[in-house]
Design a binder for this molecule. Sequence first.
Ligand SMILES: Cc1cc2nc3c(=O)[nH]c(=O)nc-3n(C[C@H](O)[C@H](O)[C@H](O)COP(=O)(O)OP(=O)(O)OC[C@H]3O[C@@H](n4cnc5c(N)ncnc54)[C@H](O)[C@@H]3O)c2cc1C
Length: 467
Amino acid sequence: MSYQPVSHEDHPRDTLLSLAHDGERTADPAIPPRWPFKVYLPRTTDDVVRAVREVRGRDERLIVRGHGHSSNDLVTGDGATVLVTGRMSQIVDVDERGRTVTVQGGAILSEVDAHLAERGWGLPVIGDHDRITAGGFASVGGISPASHRYGLFVDTVKELEYVDWDGEVHVCGRDRDPGRFHRVLAGTGRHGVITWLKIDLVRVDKHRTVLRNHLLFTNDLDDYLRRSAELVRDPGDALMERGVWADFPTPLGALRLGQFSSYRQTPQNPLKSLLNGAAHGSQQLLGRWARRLPAADELVKYLGMAEIMFSPLYASGKNVERLTDPTAGEPARTLAVLAPAERYEILFRRLYDVAVEERRDSGGITFVSMHVKAIRSGYLSQGEDGRRHCELMLHFGVNPAQLTEKVLERLVERVDDLVIDNGGFRCMHTRTSASPERRRLLDPNARYAEDAGKPRGKGVTGTTGKV
Ligand SMILES: Cc1cc2nc3c(=O)[nH]c(=O)nc-3n(C[C@H](O)[C@H](O)[C@H](O)COP(=O)(O)OP(=O)(O)OC[C@H]3O[C@@H](n4cnc5c(N)ncnc54)[C@H](O)[C@@H]3O)c2cc1C
């Protein structure tokens, strides 16, 4: 296999300080850094084996880190030893006949997608932010507006290589040691370091093919739930879809609005392309302007929300996939839930109520929004044919002085209770309960891996959770 460099290794996010933080900083910019003591920067599988064996020899714990987008205490640690995958960023092989691309674990998926686009191919499922890594996405699940067709990112992984905590190299896949394969997928780095992945490709022109947005727009929650539930359970011929319900406090009371975008095929013509370009260009321009204004933080956050809320009539697949950086703007936090599609309405309503109640009681929450994506995933349904899920992403503005650790703990426990009661899962890269018993019920990986609920111990990387 020949390695092809495609990633840019220097980027403002890749500062030394970023190693002392994870996605938590979005919720509280003043959060103290947790500096690792040792950092490994492997380039190859052999380097990873060497690093793992060194750490094992010292009886230490090794934390695996992609670009640190997660926020459940997965990729940082005071005095920790961290393996950063950023230098394992190569595209190893594009197999057009076999419809797969093989990349190293630290490859940045947006860059892989750009490389594929030049050849008329694309990744079926990709994150909405441009620094997400293949190994990181495969270790958390990975959801996109195309997940109702292709599932989670893990459903699109065909094979992978990883190095376990003894320094042994394993290759496994859908047809090769599937038990091991499913245990590693969505495993939040518990089972070892993913060194390469073979991922499905689709024939697509994400940049030039324009899709028509069939937009549902309402300020009536009952109406929103009824109509969006139909689209979650039966997306029809939608190629991509996503929705959001938002609740902003204003001096005159809460302003509530919901929208659900179903993007479908439409005959192509230059006017639609022009409208797509103009809409996307003006969103970018507004974002740049807003960052310069006095109340920039709040404005940028609300513009990001407006970008989804007032999604244009025509958009290219790429513009639907890619969003304004949700980490920009005023402090905000996400608690993500994977719900069985039949529990959509009830879980949506209860999660929303919990957030609104906490806002009223503690004042620690500002705006409340609920982002929705439909999912059809073999990984989540464990092969149970036709079973559908959805992502309910509770995303809310934070007032850090009032959203104390105690208040946050209570909120997270309430969210986890609802999820357990309704047979759902949590996305383990957002804050969850720390109780191993509860984590075992919440973690979709637990059905594949017996030790999924366990907090990590010496020599074992994985999750502790904080609550
Ligand atoms: C701005 C932003 C946008 C996001 N967009 C999306 C989105 O569109 N869809 C979505 O599903 N999620 C999204 N997320 C959430 C999620 O946090 C990231 O998708 C995920 O964490 C991957 O990011 P990363 O590559 O930086 O991995 P990290 O956050 O660094 O790591 C995530 C987990 O994977 C493990 N890991 C990383 N690399 C490896 C490896 N090679 N081998 C083994 N384990 C590894 C880590 O130990 C950790 O447990 C987003 C988060 C942010 C902050």
